[in-house]
Design a protein around this ligand. Structure first.
Ligand code: ZN
Length: 345
């Protein structure tokens, strides 16, 4: 029995007096947390459309994507790249999943995802602008990325000094920083700068730098693994083997989606990628479930109120038919979803 009052879990007990909602024979989980999503991207990302649509059209699309995630049991979505801070407008509406928003990622002129509007040569001013607008997290493109024409995934976009300014300015304001990073130098510099999270962390085009990986584990930096539903390729296989070793070495790996980026990543994809996450990290179904609930919540800085069914936690709940610990496919058998105590499905 889970007692809910004012959107929060009050107690969890074996039996209950009083009126109840009987969900029947289901497994109850905390609502899922997608720590890396792009509500503004209609999968697959269409740069032309993203830059030409007006704010109203874009906001409408983001709203639809947020509802799609919520119906799949994703009750918290961290948006790591919108345009024109539209995620903040959506966050204020409060009838979808809880949103944690970065606004446009900080990037270089012409750099990865420049088309979202976050290109700058003054990183301190860029962080301050985001702090003033009350974003939940700072996202920085430490290296290039695959979806931006002319961008190289291996190459760093910022110097170590610039990354330090970004992290120090954000931390002074009490805000976390997560860095998109593929290339070894960009990853190593982000770690030295003291980021809280690294997205992708693929060491693309090189052997993984295990000294840096050891530093990531030591510092407790979260790594967002976003390779689920990526078509098979030799490159993807090498990256998967690397994640397995990272897991063994004690890196806190979060299972997130990067939803919106490709056609195979719609905004409700997260529950579908957990079995893949477990197989390529060579972990267990329980570890996979933590990686989309409690651990994902911690990586977003909301681990004290999201990702567990316990007194004091937000009443964000997902009820599924079957037992996902025995069979992770059960995550898609959604029976009910509660967001802040309200049943929305
Ligand atoms: Zn992304």
């Amino acid at each position: 029995m889970v007692f809910i009052e004012d959107g929060r879990i009050v107690s969890v007990t074996p039996d209950a007096p009083g009126p109840v909602t009987d969900l029947g024979d289901v497994t109850l989980l905390p609502g899922l947390v997608d720590a890396h999503s792009h509500l503004a991207f209609r999968p697959p990302l269409d740069i032309e459309q993203l830059t030409t649509d007006d704010d109203e059209a874009l906001l409408k699309r983001m709203r639809t994507h947020a509802q799609q995630a919520l119906r799949a049991g994703i009750t918290t979505v961290r948006d790591l790249g919108d345009r024109n801070y539209l995620g903040l407008t959506l966050r204020a509406e409060q009838d979808g999943p809880e949103l944690l928003v970065s606004g446009p990622p900080i990037t270089t002129p012409g750099g990865h995802c420049w088309f979202l509007g976050g290109a700058t040569t003054d990183v301190r001013a860029a962080v301050r602008e985001r702090v003033e607008r009350q974003v939940d997290v700072i996202k920085v493109m430490a290296t290039g990325g695959s979806v931006t024409p002319g961008s190289s995934m291996q190459e760093s976009q910022f110097t170590l000094d610039e990354l330090r300014v970004i992290v120090d300015t954000a931390h002074d304001a009490g805000i976390r920083v997560t860095a998109h990073a593929h290339g070894a130098q960009g990853i190593a510099d982000a770690v030295r700068a003291g980021v809280d999270g690294i997205e992708h962390c693929t060491f693309i085009g090189a052997e993984p730098d295990w000294t840096t990986v050891a530093a990531i584990a030591e510092a407790g930096i979260f790594v967002g693994v976003t390779v689920g539903r990526t078509p098979p390729s030799p490159r993807a296989d090498a990256i998967r083997a690397m994640y397995a070793r990272m897991h063994r070495d004690g890196v806190r790996l979060v299972c997130s989606s990067d939803a919106g980026i490709t056609a195979r990543k719609p905004h409700d994809v997260l529950p579908l990628v957990v079995p893949e996450f477990v197989s390529f990290t060579e972990s267990t179904p329980t570890a996979g479930l933590k990686a989309v609930t409690s651990l994902a919540a911690q990586s977003c800085g909301v681990g004290h109120r999201k990702g567990r069914i316990a007194p004091g936690y937000d009443a964000d709940l997902l009820a599924v038919s079957g037992n996902p610990v025995a069979d992770l496919q059960a995550l898609t058998g959604v029976h009910a979803v509660f967001r802040a105590g309200q049943r929305i499905r």
